[in-house]
Design a protein around this ligand. Structure first.
Ligand code: NI
Length: 176
């Protein structure tokens, strides 16, 4: 299917809460494939479906051990604290030091409909939190402290405003 455009800061689909997936079928598997290709090409280590314009609750990630798709992911437990310099494919060229829980317990489904239950810390735990946030319509700047957030928003508004005014507008949402 090839590589799709990754939606950037200012695109309303990134602020939308994605909907739970009710049917796991071949089309969903194809969507996961194109998301994995798009993530690897970027290159990135995680990609949520709304980043390619599909407001469905699925993300893909690759923490170095091969790509995995997680459907209807939820974090059911988290603890500890981990400081990490975090970036986002939808906010290219920027990164911030962000503190979040260290250990997380992620549950969801795989592409065969089997239950997934993954405990992760540090880098992998950070990917899970970042991608679940995307599916809740939350971008990493919302995880900054209030002063940093004000500064980051002003910076991003000027950086991405010209793209928002693009008369062609964003590409239409993919149907799934
Ligand atoms: Ni991101």
């Amino acid at each position: 299917m090839g590589v799709l455009e990754i939606r950037k800061y200012g695109d309303p689909v990134l602020r939308e809460a994605a909907k739970d997936i009710e049917e796991i079928d071949g089309r969903l598997a194809s969507l996961a494939d194109v998301m994995i290709e798009t993530m690897h090409a970027a290159p990135g280590v995680g990609l949520a479906a709304n980043q390619i314009g599909v407001a469905k609750r699925m993300f893909v990630y690759d923490a170095g051990e091969g790509p995995v798709a997680v459907i209807n992911p939820r974090i059911v437990e988290s603890d500890g604290e981990f400081v990490y310099t975090e970036g986002c494919l939808s906010v290219p060229g920027f990164s911030w030091e962000i503190t979040r829980p260290d250990r997380v317990h992620l549950v969801g489904l795989d592409l065969d409909g089997n239950e997934l239950s993954i405990e992760a810390t540090e880098f992998e735990g950070r990917i899970f939190q970042h991608e679940v946030d995307h599916l809740d319509g939350i971008l990493l700047v919302e995880r900054l402290d209030p002063d940093q957030r004000r500064e980051a928003r002003a910076l991003l508004r000027s950086e991405f405003s010209s793209r928002r005014r693009d008369p062609a507008g964003p590409a239409p949402l993919l149907e799934l």
